[in-house]
Design a protein around this ligand. Structure first.
Ligand code: 13P
Length: 259
């Protein structure tokens, strides 16, 4: 059975004092959920060490929002390698988030290089995929998702991908308040599982964690997480609000699938 997972992507938000307040509030609020849901927080790069210290001895795990596509130390100004992320305590790393794809030219090829670096460093990649509104309206959802996944994992074997997680984040639902309906999200999640099953076998497809992201909040989390192929969420704005993030984690923990 797949364990639910909720990851908070803080994006470019936070300050030393705000991070302290948020984590100090989350620790007690989340402490009784750890049996049922894995919880990850992904602060900005500069705060990874601070947050890692704050969550020491709790069940909250640390994630990063991106990684360099270069795996060897060297002249890559501004970059941070997978080994460095692991060195400061990260265990999960987002890769291919749509904001990196659109703002930082993260092409499918670069996403694939980054994914390989993360696997080499024994980090758990959360590969983000999703279509734009134009692509959805043109009936291209499955093609877009298949291409993003195929290109990201090309050349990798089922053994390489044991630690992979996928996040389906329709671009039109990110930060817009428009959530995919539970049925729309479930359809894409089922498609992703089918795609991976055809390529790597149904055993692999059944065990892989597939998260939904895009305007998830306390009010819609339970319905989304109740879908058979939605294993949890990748949360943006609501991850910065203690009550919201706690309620979302609790919805994942209390999903009937976990019972
Ligand atoms: P929002 O929850 O703010 O829509 O962001 C989703 C997201 O991009 C998480 O990675």
């Amino acid at each position: 059975m797949r364990k639910a997972l909720v990851a908070g992507n803080w994006k470019m938000h936070g300050r030393v004092d705000q991070n302290l307040k948020l984590i100090e509030a989350l620790i007690p609020a989340l402490s009784n959920l750890k049996e049922a849901v894995d919880i990850v927080v992904c602060p900005p790069l500069v705060y990874l060490s601070q947050v890692n210290e704050l969550i020491a001895n709790t069940s909250i795990a640390l994630g990063a929002q991106d990684v360099s596509r270069f795996d060897r130390d060297g002249a890559h100004t501004g970059d941070c390698s997978a080994d460095m992320l692991a060195d400061v305590g990260a265990s999960y790393v987002l890769v291919g988030h749509s904001e990196r794809r659109s703002e930082q030219n993260d092409t499918d090829e670069r996403v694939s290089q980054k994914l390989a670096c993360l696997l080499k460093a024994n980090l758990k990649p959360i590969l983000c995929v999703g279509e734009t509104l134009e692509q959805r309206e043109a009936g291209q959802v499955e093609d877009v998702i298949a291409t993003q996944i195929e290109l990201a994992i090309s050349g990798l074997s089922v053994d390489d991908l044991k630690e992979l997680l996928i996040a389906y984040e329709p671009v039109w639902a990110i930060g817009t308040g428009k959530t995919a309906s539970p049925e729309q999200a479930q359809d894409v999640h089922a498609y992703i599982r089918e795609l991976l099953g055809a390529r790597f076998g149904s055993g692999f497809a059944k065990q892989i964690t597939i998260l939904y992201g895009g305007s998830v909040k306390a009010a819609n989390a339970a319905e989304l997480f109740g879908q058979p192929d939605i294993d949890g969420g990748l949360i943006g704005g609501a991850a910065l609000i203690t009550e919201e993030f706690t309620a979302i984690c609790s919805a994942a923990a209390n999903s009937p699938k976990n019972g």
